[in-house]
Ligand binder design. Structure first.
Ligand SMILES: [Zn+2]
Length: 287
């Protein structure tokens, strides 16, 4: 026999099955998608702009959990997308990772030879997808080109060096945090030639990291504390006291000189009187 409660319960369960669960799954999928889209940066920066951005990130400790920065190559020549703006290229790459591959993110930068040439793909604020087994607390930059038999050069090399040095700087990492994809296995990335010349590339990034650190503007000196200001004022008062004492000494010295002069004049007057009386004695009646 079906009770009223049982009837209600079965209706609720049926409703959950037909309406609530699909809605909930849809909402969860949408939330995941929105979150992934929020990870897309899409900005293109010059070397100067990127270094300035890295200074902001460093000042806010925004990249502190990050422990490695990984070098990749795209394995395709930059000329294959040279007819697009870098902004379009960034969107195309993002769509490829998100839609075609179905990843929740991508590498953090696409580095090209043009100026400005540092494209930000997956926000540096979030972990991306670029290095299987090492995506947590790592950041990855893809240098456009294939470095199996050639090395990056010119603007491309300069932009790459700035991206990797800037990201290390932003996360307060040392040069030892710089890695290349093949260190984690299962790939030819970033190409035999670049791997064979790793010490050279790492040296360039290290020098740039030192340069970025050396060009930090020194912080403003802190405002003096109340105690320091009181000490400073006391010093000024003490200097004034010394000046007053010196002036008093000089006044006393001058007064002494005036008294000497007065005494000298009195002596001179009395001598004149003596001389006059002596003359009168010698020449009575004015003769
Ligand atoms: Zn790679």
């Amino acid at each position: 026999m079906t009770t009223a409660n049982g009837l209600i319960q079965s209706r609720v369960e049926a409703w959950q099955k037909t309406h609530f669960r699909p809605l909930r799954n849809l909402a969860a999928a949408a939330a995941t998608d929105i979150y992934s889209e929020a990870k897309f940066d899409g900005r293109v920066m010059s070397q100067e702009q990127f270094i300035a951005y890295c200074r902001e990130l460093r000042a806010g400790d925004k990249l502190l959990p990050v422990q490695t920065v990984v070098v990749h190559h795209t394995a395709t020549a930059e000329s294959s997308y040279v007819n697009q703006t870098l902004t379009q290229t960034l969107r195309n790459f993002w769509n490829y990772y998100r839609r075609t591959k179905g990843w929740s993110g991508g590498p953090h930068s696409l580095i090209m030879s043009r100026e400005p040439g540092i494209g930000l793909l997956n926000s540096l604020l979030y972990d991306g997808i670029h290095c299987a087994g090492n995506n947590t607390n790592s950041r990855g930059g893809e240098v456009c080109g294939n470095f199996t038999s050639v090395l990056p050069s010119g603007h491309l090399l300069d932009n790459a060096v700035v991206f990797f040095a800037g990201t290390l700087y932003a996360g307060k990492m040392t040069i030892d945090a710089l890695k290349y994809h093949r260190m984690y296995g299962g790939t030819a990335c970033p190409g035999n030639k670049l791997v064979a010349n790793w010490a050279w590339f790492k040296g360039l990034v290290s020098a740039k990291l030192d340069e970025i650190i050396a060009s930090e503007t020194p912080p403003d000196p802190p405002d003096p504390t109340l105690e320091e200001r009181v000490t400073e004022l006391e010093g000024q008062v003490s200097a004034l006291d010394e000046s007053v004492t010196m002036l008093e000494d000089r006044v006393a010295a001058l007064e002494g000189a005036v008294a000497n002069l007065a005494a000298w004049q009195t002596t001179a007057d009395s001598r004149i009187v003596s001389l006059e009386s002596w003359r009168e004695e010698r020449e009575p009646d004015g003769k």
